[in-house]
Ligand binder design. Structure first.
Ligand code: SF4
Ligand code: SF4
Length: 295
C-alpha cells in the first residue's frame, strides 16, 4: 500500500463495557507493527458500564504524531452502539469525504438518511457477529474488521499479533469476528442526504436539580443534569412495598438524586435518570429493593 503523508484521525463512539478503548489500542499496536506512527487514548470521566465514551486514534504512515489532544475533526468515526446516533452528534466535525463505520442491524439503504454529509458509510451487524464468534455481544474486535474494510488504514493481518497478545486463548474468536466483519461490511457513498429530524438530547429541556429532586439534601450529583443517564442502565431497581417502611434511606443515597416519593409515600426511581448503579438496593436495610435486568 502506498504510504500517505498525512495523519489520519479516528474518533470511536462507544459505551462503557463495549471495549472501545481496547479496539483503539489494538489498532495502534497493529499500525506500529507495520512501521507506522500511532496513538490511542480515551476520554471519559468517572463513568460506568453503559455510559457514552469517546476514544481517539491517530495513525500516520510517515509523519510523527505530536498532538496529544482530543480528535475534533476526525477523518473516520466508528460507532459501536447504534443508539448513540440519537443521543450525541457522532458526525460532529467529521471531514468532508470522511468515513462513518457503524454497528447496526440495518442495511445501508435503511440507515443512510440518518447522516447528512458527503461521507462514506460502512455498516455491519457487529453485535450478531460477536455473539456468533466470541459468544458475547462485545463488538470491539468485530468493529476493527469493519474499520479496516472501509478504510484500509492497516492490513487485517497486522491485527493477528496484537490480538494474540491481548486475548491469549480467546484470540481466535476475536480474530474470526474481525475477519467475518471484514467480509460482511456493506459500504456506500453518501452525498449530503438530508437528515431525518430526530429528537436529540441537545434539544430537550432538562429539569433543574431541585425539580429532579425537590427538597434534596444532596447539593449536586452524577450526570443527571447533563444526560438522560437512564439510557446507560442494564438493570433497574424495583420496590417491594410489603418490605418498604418508607425510611427514605434509598432516596438519600442515590448518587443521581433520581429517587422521589409517590403520592402514597413510597419511593421510586425516575427511569429517565436512574442509571442502574444498584446503590439504593445495597443501602436498603429491609431489602425492599431488587435490581432487575433491563429488557
Ligand atoms: S431504603 Fe428501603 S425501606 Fe427505606 S424507603 Fe427505601 S426502599 Fe423503603
Ligand atoms: S439504581 Fe438506585 S441508586 Fe442507582 S441511580 Fe438508580 S435509583 Fe439511584
Amino acid at each position: 500500500m502506498e504510504k500517505r503523508d498525512k495523519i489520519i484521525e479516528i474518533r470511536w463512539h462507544g459505551r462503557g463495557g463495549q471495549g472501545a478503548v481496547t479496539s483503539a489500542e489494538l489498532l495502534a499496536l497493529a499500525a506500529i507493527e507495520e512501521g507506522k506512527f500511532a496513538q490511542a487514548f480515551p476520554s471519559f470521566g468517572p463513568e460506568r458500564r453503559g455510559a457514552p465514551v469517546l476514544v481517539f486514534n491517530r495513525v500516520s504512515d510517515k509523519t510523527p504524531i505530536r498532538a496529544r489532544v482530543s480528535v475534533i475533526n476526525p477523518d473516520i468515526v466508528v460507532i459501536l452502539d447504534p443508539g448513540l446516533i440519537y443521543i450525541t452528534d457522532v458526525t460532529a466535525g467529521l471531514k468532508e469525504g470522511g468515513v462513518i463505520v457503524i454497528n447496526t442491524t440495518k442495511a445501508v439503504v435503511d440507515i443512510k438518511s440518518e447522516f447528512n454529509g458527503s461521507w462514506k458509510l460502512a455498516v455491519v451487524n457487529a453485535t450478531s457477529i460477536a455473539r456468533d464468534t466470541i459468544g458475547v455481544p462485545i463488538v470491539n474486535t468485530t468493529m476493527l474488521g469493519a474499520l479496516v474494510k472501509a478504510t484500509d488504514i492497516i492490513e487485517l493481518e497486522s491485527l493477528a499479533e496484537p490480538l494474540k497478545e491481548r486475548f491469549g486463548a480467546r484470540a481466535k474468536g476475536n480474530s474470526d469476528a474481525c475477519h467475518r466483519a471484514y467480509k460482511e461490511t456493506e459500504i456506500a457513498e453518501l452525498s449530503g442526504v438530508v437528515k431525518k429530524p430526530t429528537k436529540t438530547f441537545e434539544t430537550e429541556t432538562f429539569p433543574s436539580w431541585q425539580e429532579l429532586l425537590p427538597g434534596s439534601v444532596i447539593p449536586e450529583a452524577g450526570n443527571a443534569k447533563q444526560y438522560r443517564t437512564g439510557d446507560w442502565k442494564s438493570e433497574s431497581p424495583i420496590w417491594d412495598h410489603q418490605k418498604c417502611i418508607k425510611c427514605g434511606i434509598c432516596y438519600l443515597f442515590c448518587p443521581e438524586g433520581c429517587i422521589g416519593q409517590n403520592k402514597d409515600g413510597y419511593f421510586e426511581a425516575n427511569p429517565y435518570y436512574c442509571k442502574g448503579c444498584g446503590i439504593c438496593a445495597r443501602e436498603c436495610w429491609t431489602e425492599a429493593i431488587k435490581m432487575v435486568e433491563e429488557e
